[in-house]
Design a protein. Structure first.
Length: 289
């Protein structure tokens, strides 16, 4: 079933502009994404390019959500580090769920022997390809585009109708999604990974902590951010803590999952000039070899 969405994702525009602005304007960027600026267009390209406009938008115009924007940067770094580790250890396929304007597979240093499957709404993919055309990255043989609305189409069917090889190890990247979908949708994706992917495959995702697990002043930040996205029709409906996730993964049979809570994320992925929002965490869940 095709999506009725007629315009590319606004959230994807913001995410891309955040990565581009961080790369261009931070003295000590924790993650460099030089292709992000090429994937920005219109107003958001101005926001990314010009320091004063970037600061105004990210810190004033969007002040209700500005404290969580750093999560966009850190999750990109986390994803890259996990990908590099798996690439050194026999990874054959990389699936990006809700790919938006992700640029990781387009870098000159990306290992092109790894097949990439980008899944997103057709309208967003069409716009992305148009933006990649001027830099001659719209027809890379290692990248396969799978237009789909996963709210109405099964991941098994979408990948099954493509060149994806269920017998080969795969890494699934799933960021900016779990808190917008019902718990059952989250569990269905994990079940798919467990039941259909090859041994040694893995999934990485971010998650939103429940209020009781959010410290002090960050509770207010979480409330304001939650109100902001809810008013715009994208409410946060799924919150999980470490014990919730570990119980789910243990029941499904994942091997030694790794949960990264805010304090650990700051220790491993963030420099002293950068504050990670203490409202979210990351997870790496792998299948036994």
């Amino acid at each position: 079933m095709a999506s009725t969405m007629k315009k590319p994702s606004k959230t994807a525009e913001l995410v891309c502009a955040a990565r581009a602005g961080h790369t261009l304007h931070e003295k000590n960027p924790i993650y460099s994404d030089p292709l992000a600026i090429e994937l920005c267009r219109g107003f958001w390209k101005w926001v990314a390019q010009y320091r004063s406009l970037n600061r105004f938008m990210m810190n004033i115009a969007l002040k209700k959500i500005s404290p969580i924007i750093p999560e966009i940067i850190v999750r990109a770094k986390f994803c890259r580090e996990v990908f590099d580790d798996y690439a050194r250890n026999g990874l054959k396929q990389f699936v990006i769920l809700g790919a938006g304007y992700d640029s990781l597979p387009y870098g000159d240093e990306f290992p092109t022997d790894i097949k990439v499957f980008e899944i997103d709404l057709a309208v967003t993919q069409t716009e992305k390809l148009a933006r990649l055309t001027p830099i001659n990255k719209n027809n890379l043989p290692h990248i396969c585009y799978l237009p789909a609305d996963l709210s109405v189409e099964s991941l098994e069917k979408v990948l099954g109708n493509s060149e994806f090889d269920f017998s080969k190890k795969a890494l699934l990247s799933w960021f900016g999604v779990t808190y917008y979908i019902p718990k059952e949708g989250y569990l269905n994706t994990l079940r798919f990974v467990k039941e259909h992917l090859a041994p040694g495959s893995a999934i990485i995702f971010d998650f939103l902590l429940p209020p009781d697990d959010i410290p002090g002043e960050w509770k207010i930040v979480a409330e304001k951010c939650g109100d902001f996205v809810a008013i715009r029709g994208e409410p946060w409906i799924n919150r999980m803590n470490e014990s919730d996730i570990m119980a789910d993964l243990d029941e499904l049979g994942f091997k030694n999952p790794k949960i990264f809570l805010p304090d650990l994320i700051e220790q491993e992925f963030v420099n002293s000039d950068f504050e990670f929002p203490h409202v979210m965490g990351f997870c790496l869940a792998s299948l036994p070899e």
